[in-house]
Write a protein that binds this ligand. Structure first.
Ligand code: SAM
Length: 252
């Protein structure tokens, strides 16, 4: 029998007739219902130049950090693109933080929608499902697995984003190359957009670390600039007028 992975609060989801998840807890969507995959590609992969990083022969490991794993859509799209386009010596290390993980059954349900809508994700969806509950380390509240012959490492840390980032800072760590900030809208979930979180992101970055998010909220832009990121507003997709994109310049 497959158990739910932890004794914690799982996501509280209402399923739309389209099969897409809506968070009852935050009253917000996990991803755009108006083309989730295209939004992920545009907001996160394109703004962070992920494909260029994957093909850069000088880079043997590409490290991506994410706040808000949710359904794993950003991970799945990134992993699929990695397998398609990365140079053969390149590996991907994807670290994501999630406070309210989907249960195995919820993940199974959303994977059906992903595979139906985007058949190109089938292989990565199946791989994620296979490890999601079985490989979970309950004591450490994390999933740390290598997939696809060791080419992709997924580290999913369960906990509050700010606290978990601060804990990472106390351990030996490698700076992240690209950040995906994906924590529901700042108005609905201010916890994911605090100055302490921005500060930890900066400390886990190197000169040139890129960053992007679907929001264009002024407090997020100002908070990231205050800790040393250069941030610009770029046009969004669909209903989103603007999003934020940038890179880490220097510690202030
Ligand atoms: C917009 S969804 C993420 C979408 C996700 N990247 C995907 O591809 O499905 C935001 C996520 O942030 C998580 N979250 C909310 N508050 C959090 C917190 N304080 N710390 C960590 N994760 C949090 C939610 O449970 C949710 O899964």
């Amino acid at each position: 029998m497959r158990l739910n992975m932890i004794d914690t609060i799982h996501a509280n989801i209402r399923w739309l007739t389209s099969g897409e998840p809506f968070s009852e807890q935050f009253h917000d969507f996990y991803f755009s219902t108006d083309g989730g995959l295209q939004e992920t590609e545009y907001v996160f992969l394109q703004q962070n130049n992920i494909l260029q990083r994957f093909s850069d022969q000088q880079q043997s490991v590409v490290r991506i950090g994410e706040t808000g794993f949710g359904t794993g859509l950003n991970f799945l799209v990134t992993a699929e693109q990695f397998l398609k386009s990365a140079h053969p010596q390149c590996t991907l290390e994807y670290t994501s933080i999630e406070k309210y993980p989907l249960s195995y059954q919820q993940l199974q349900q959303v994977m059906l929608t992903f595979k139906k809508n985007w058949p190109q994700l089938t292989q990565v969806c199946d791989e994620l499902l296979m490890v999601y509950s079985h490989a979970f380390n309950k004591k450490e509240q994390k999933l740390d697995v290598t997939l696809f012959d060791g080419r992709i490492r997924l580290i999913l840390l369960i906990g509050d984003a700010t606290q978990t980032l601060q804990t990472l800072l106390k351990m030996p760590y490698q700076a992240v190359d690209a950040w995906y900030l994906d924590g529901f809208s700042p108005a609905k979930n201010p916890d994911m957009w605090q100055d302490e979180l921005f500060n930890a992101l900066a400390k886990l970055s190197h000169k040139g670390t890129s960053i992007s998010t679907f929001t264009s909220a002024g407090r997020v832009r100002r908070g990231l600039i205050a800790v040393g990121f250069t941030i610009i507003k770029v046009p969004g997709l669909g209903k989103k007028r603007e999003i934020l994109s940038g890179y880490f310049n220097t510690s202030l």
